[in-house]
Design a protein around this ligand. Structure first.
Ligand SMILES: Cc1ncc(COP(=O)(O)O)c(C=O)c1O
Length: 367
């Protein structure tokens, strides 16, 4: 029996081959013109001035923090419900992770909890646009503006998602995206930082390429700062470009999948879909649900070859960030109650119907 899974890449092999072949024929497989082309297309899509492609979403966050001037020991506020990558990028850059609680209705940073965590040492806040939601971004910007705190958006899951006509990732000083295989487009692994700030852009370019100013020339390069090697190759760019071609269709598909679940799943006191604001422009990358008997439902579905995904454990329960749930009680309540439903771009109506039928059956027996 076919497995229905959370998400998988959707690659048109003939388009991808054409793009890859042109890179292979040129014999320039390192970062080059294709990468520049990919970055330009991202700027156009997101209506931003600058985009810098890099090796992963985690590295995108790390580079953004470094380029925005993080110093050792600076406090960086991160939501307690996120992929640990968000916190790890802060630790990698020398910052101190301060965990903040989330709002259970949208899984985003809870602004009342946020105000309690801000102090003189707070230099950055990283709102995470979980599954493509970003409804709190304006409120966060308002709070940060008053306190001179920089906002770096973790938009790893939010490429193509908007709030009131403006793309998520373009609100803060920088926005960071992931191109891992479960995202709307993928390059195997990869990431992008976007910004409208030309100085930040120059620093990002230097940091990802050994501190070099301008393109790599060979012997004549100027190394004006420290830097790393986080280049994004023409090979990766050609794969990503082949999917960017039909991004509007991908966006439409994700909305259809969400609407189908919303119309066909029976929500009740034991089972709820976490809503997206489609009218505002939020794009559902994955469908997140809250359920009372999550582990039982997960195993029930697994036996029917429907493979869901448990939500991340709250970051404060992970070994490197272990701390009490004091001030993090919403995340404590969400623990072991959340999971993602299969949300693949190429999911058929038949498969979606099957998922809905089985979930409805499970909860009809529970009542
Ligand atoms: C919320 C969030 N932040 C950061 C990342 C890190 O991205 P990457 O896996 O590309 O390093 C991910 C990855 O999926 C993510 O979901």
């Amino acid at each position: 029996m076919k497995k229905i899974i959370l998400a998988q890449p959707l690659i048109n092999i003939s388009d991808a081959k054409k793009n890859l072949n042109s890179v292979l024929k040129s014999n320039f497989i390192n970062e080059g013109n294709k990468t520049g082309n990919f970055e330009k297309k991202i700027c156009k899509l997101l209506n931003v001035k600058y985009a810098v492609a890099t090796t992963s979403g985690t590295v995108a966050l790390f580079l953004a923090l470094k380029a925005a001037g993080i110093r050792n020991g600076d406090e960086v506020i991160v939501p307690n419900i996120s992929f640990p990558a968000t916190a790890n990028a802060v630790t990698m850059s020398g910052g101190k992770v301060i965990l903040v609680d989330v709002n259970p209705s949208n899984l985003l940073i809870d602004d009342k909890s946020l105000l309690k965590k801000i102090n003189r040492k707070t230099k950055f806040i990283i709102p995470v646009h979980v599954s493509g939601r970003g409804g709190n971004i304006k409120k966060i910007l308002e709070i940060c503006k008053k306190k001179s705190i920089k906002v770096i958006e973790d938009a790893a899951e939010a490429l193509g998602s908007k709030i009131q006509g403006k793309n998520l990732g373009s609100f803060g000083v920088a926005g960071c995206f992931s191109l891992a295989p479960n995202k709307i487009i993928t390059s195997g692994q990869g990431g992008i930082v976007v910004t409208n700030n030309s100085e930040l852009f120059k620093r990002l370019k230097r940091l990802k390429n050994q501190g070099r100013e301008g393109p790599t020339t060979g012997g004549e390069d100027k190394y004006i700062s420290i830097g790393y090697n986080f280049k994004f190759t023409n090979l990766q760019s050609s794969l990503a470009l082949s999917q960017l071609k039909n991004i509007n269709w991908r966006i439409k598909r994700l909305k259809e999948i969400y609407k189908f679940y919303l119309n066909n799943l029976n929500q009740n006191k034991n089972f709820k879909i976490i809503k997206f604001n489609l009218k505002d422009g939020e794009l559902p990358l994955w469908i997140d649900v809250w359920c009372l008997k999550r582990n039982r439902l997960f195993n029930f579905l697994k036996k029917k070859n429907i493979i869901c995904r448990y939500y991340w454990k709250p970051i404060n329960t992970c070994k490197p960030y272990k701390s009490s749930f004091k001030g993090l009680l919403n995340s404590k309540k969400l623990q072991e109650k959340m999971m993602w439903l299969p949300s693949s771009l190429d999911m058929s109506i038949k498969d979606q119907k099957k998922v809905c039928e089985k979930i409805n059956l499970f909860f009809s027996k529970m009542r």
